[in-house]
Write a protein that binds this ligand. Structure first.
Ligand SMILES: *Cc1c(COP(=O)(O)O)cnc(C)c1O
Length: 380
């Protein structure tokens, strides 16, 4: 089955009770048993829920995995992955990381005796340098937020295999429409389904997808034992989001390309970070491992003026100034004062998050309107 069919039919079947084409929202915590243990596969909704199961099967299908797990947020999914580890274990992680991931690693799990190394992963050899007898997991995020660095998943997977380490990839920015990490050698794919999977800025959810049965069983155990599951209503919404993932992503990519090229040629713009541009330092890797380049773009204005960047994001009319990404509507953010404000200026500038950096989540509106909006906001 091709991807554009999988989003609609992959892992899906009509509801056995009445033939409902979409799975009903089984808004129930518990299930009647005819005799102790005599149930129809569902006992308690933390453990299993039919709406969540339908979503989990669809997630597994679109990522070319075997098992899917849905959680109450992206961070709850990350939490479950790190709970595979024990005190003394070490993790090698992408350095240019989603802020919340960095926070749970350092502020929660370091307190439980797990050690994290944050490494620029542009070269897999750099990753290998940090491996020792305690290393258990490599955590990759690509493309990264907000600098859009691209990491070679295949190359890092080769290092992971050689040292028998787990490799997890945060595929939130790319989605399986653009990149399928399990096919490239990853063991675990993670999503903030809050973003492109849901796609309509109306839910908070996380997901994990794996191929290996033993690993899946360990994660299902953690999902049930720790209990950070999502509810049936949100499961339904995410499943509905998946059904249009391919058409939304196609438009996100088209609009992204047009806006990246527009910004690149703008006299007021110094630098544009979008993996599809030939000027992007990791363009070759992006072209090899991604089918297209998505709708996330960051840019810096000439002169790197903080006030000018604030003025631009305030003037935008169609782009909404807001955190998050991946919805049908276009959003703009100013990392230095919003998502990355808690990181000291010198630290943040080392990774490229300068004062005038603006991040766009390009939506699926008419691109002419989006470009006109940027034009009036940037000015001359
Ligand atoms: C949003 C996000 C997360 C965290 O997901 P939540 O659903 O907000 O908990 C993790 N990784 C990336 C890349 C994200 O964008």
């Amino acid at each position: 089955m091709k991807f554009n069919t999988k989003t609609i039919h992959g892992g899906q079947s009509h509801d056995p009770a009445y033939g409902a084409v979409m799975p009903p929202i089984y808004q129930t915590s518990t299930y009647a048993q005819s005799t102790p243990g005599g149930h129809k596969g569902y006992e308690y909704s933390r453990t299993h829920n039919p709406t969540r199961s339908a979503l989990e099967k669809a997630l597994a299908s679109i990522e070319n995995g075997t098992y899917g797990l849905a959680f109450g947020s992206g961070l709850a999914a990350i939490d479950a992955v790190i709970k595979l580890l024990k005190p003394g274990d070490e993790v090698i992680s992408t350095s240019d990381l989603y802020g919340g991931t960095y926070r749970i690693f350092t502020k929660i799990f370091e307190g439980f005796g797990i050690k994290f190394h944050f490494v620029g992963m542009e070269s897999a050899a750099e990753v290998a340098k940090h491996i020792n007898a305690n290393t258990k997991l490599i955590w990759v995020e690509t493309p990264t937020n907000p600098m859009m660095n691209v990491i070679d998943i295949k190359a890092v997977a080769a290092v992971a295999k050689q040292h028998e380490l787990l490799l997890a990839v945060d595929n939130t920015f790319a989605t399986p429409y653009l990149q399928r990490p399990l096919d490239l050698g990853a063991d675990i794919v993670m999503h903030s389904a809050t973003k492109y999977i849901g796609g309509h800025s109306d839910l908070v959810m996380g997901a994990l997808i794996v191929k290996d049965e033993v690993l899946a069983d360990r994660l299902y155990f953690i999902q049930n034992a720790s209990g950070a599951v999502c509810g049936p209503q949100d499961s339904f919404l995410a499943l509905r989001g998946i059904k249009t993932l391919h058409v939304r992503m196609q438009r996100h990519c088209e609009n992204g390309r047009a806006i990246a090229r527009y910004l690149e040629s703008h006299p007021q713009i110094e630098k544009v970070y979008w993996p599809g541009l030939e000027s992007h330092p990791n363009h070759a890797i992006a072209a090899a491992q991604m089918d297209d380049f998505g709708g996330m773009i960051s840019f810096v204005t000439k002169g790197n003026d903080y006030q000018k960047a604030i003025q631009i994001v305030e003037r935008l009319q169609i782009f909404t100034l807001a955190e998050s990404l991946g919805g049908v509507e276009s959003l703009a953010g100013h990392p230095a004062s919003m998502t990355h404000a808690s990181i000291p200026k010198e630290e943040r500038e080392k990774t490229g998050v300068v004062d005038s950096l603006i991040r766009l989540s390009v939506g699926i509106e008419d691109v002419a309107d989006l470009i006109a909006d940027l034009e009036q906001a940037i000015g001359s």
